[in-house]
Design a protein around this ligand. Structure first.
Ligand code: TYM
Length: 311
């Protein structure tokens, strides 16, 4: 059975880009893989410095995972901070790569360009992510396009460690579905919490409608391209083209059709999510943390022998 690993940051409400690009492909694969899904709370600490928000976001993201179809009985769902081996191995990898290599990270450069504080954690972020993935001998990492380079960094960390200390880590592969690799936001750029162009995944119907009605449309063509580009993730191309042809120029009708399509997808998940309590989630995370730690600590014993700190 292939080992699957993925994660997401509890840095705010999830949007439909997170769902379509990563959460759904993960949920679809879990039945046939040995899966681990992680809440990357220490990664979120690079930008989120508010304990109450952190706590609320962790619980909220865990509910999102469960509502999106992740079954904690067949896969391991946990939070990063419950398995200290992640930060421990992250340190080991930091000592194997150069600062020049980390400076090549697109995600780092983008975040700093957007005005995010360039703290040392943000800079070393890819090595913590490499540790997340490599601790579990992962084969596949389902993610959106924006995480491709981070998985390359993980392969590079594995290769560097293996050549310095002997074969220890497996090189993982990203799994990026082309059709949903980059879901655009309401302004046509990549949908992203930090661009303020998101359609919330578990918003109320009104919140979803408000975001969709706010999609920027350009009146120069027949087709509202920004609406079409998001809609393309919800319907087959032939269906969509027929709809857009029959509603040529009727932007409001097309936006309403998109709202209905999003609602049809989200409504059953929203209902499921409402039935999950904070207590349910905490139990799942404690259990998942224990199971993840059992595996991670075995791997770390091996790492410590390899690097010579275990006497
Ligand atoms: P994060 O929290 O930014 O995003 C979570 C997942 O959602 C995907 N995604 C998108 N996919 C398609 N279109 C979009 N507009 C879009 N926006 C976001 C992301 O690609 C990601 O798959 N570094 C990671 C979290 C992480 C991780 C890991 C992932 C930590 N450790 C180990 C995989 C394996 C991140 O910040 O994702």
């Amino acid at each position: 059975m292939q080992r699957l690993f993925t994660g997401l940051q509890p840095s705010g409400a999830l949007h439909i880009g997170n769902y379509l690009g990563a959460l759904k492909p993960t949920a679809d694969l879990l039945a046939e893989t040995d899966g681990l899904v992680m809440i990357a709370d220490y990664h979120a600490l690079t930008s989120l410095k508010d304990a109450a928000h952190m706590r609320a976001n962790i619980l909220s993201v865990a509910k999102d995972y469960l509502a999106a179809g992740i079954d904690p009985r067949t896969s391991v769902m946990f939070k990063q901070s419950d398995v200290p081996e992640h930060t421990e191995l992250g340190w080991v990898f930091q000592c194997l790569v150069t600062t020049a290599f980390l400076e090549l990270s697109h995600a780092y450069k983008d975040k700093v360009a957007k005005g995010l504080e360039s703290n040392a954690g943000l800079f070393a972020y890819p090595m913590l992510m490499a540790a997340d993935i490599l601790l579990y001998d992962t084969d596949i990492v389902p993610v959106g396009q924006d995480q491709r380079q981070h998985v390359e960094y993980a392969r590079e960390a594995a290769a560097k460690f293996n050549s310095a200390f002997g074969e220890t880590f497996k090189e993982p592969k990203e799994m990026i579905l082309e059709s949903v690799a980059t879901i655009p936001g309401t302004d046509g750029k990549k949908m992203s919490k930090s661009y303020g162009n998101t359609i919330p995944l578990f918003g109320s119907k009104d919140e979803i409608a408000k975001a969709v009605m706010g999609i920027v449309t350009d009146s120069s063509g027949d087709r509202p391209e920004n609406v079409y580009a998001i809609h393309a993730a919800f319907r087959r191309k032939e269906d969509l083209d027929t709809l857009y042809e029959s509603k040529k120029g009727k932007y409001k009708d097309l936006k309403e059709a998109l709202i209905e399509d999003i609602e049809a997808l989200v409504a059953p998940m929203r209902e499921k999510r409402d039935s999950i309590s904070d207590e349910d989630v905490k139990k799942v995370l404690v259990d998942g943390g224990e199971r993840a730690r059992e595996r991670a600590s075995k791997k770390m014993v091996n790492v410590k022998q390899r690097i010579g700190v275990a006497l």
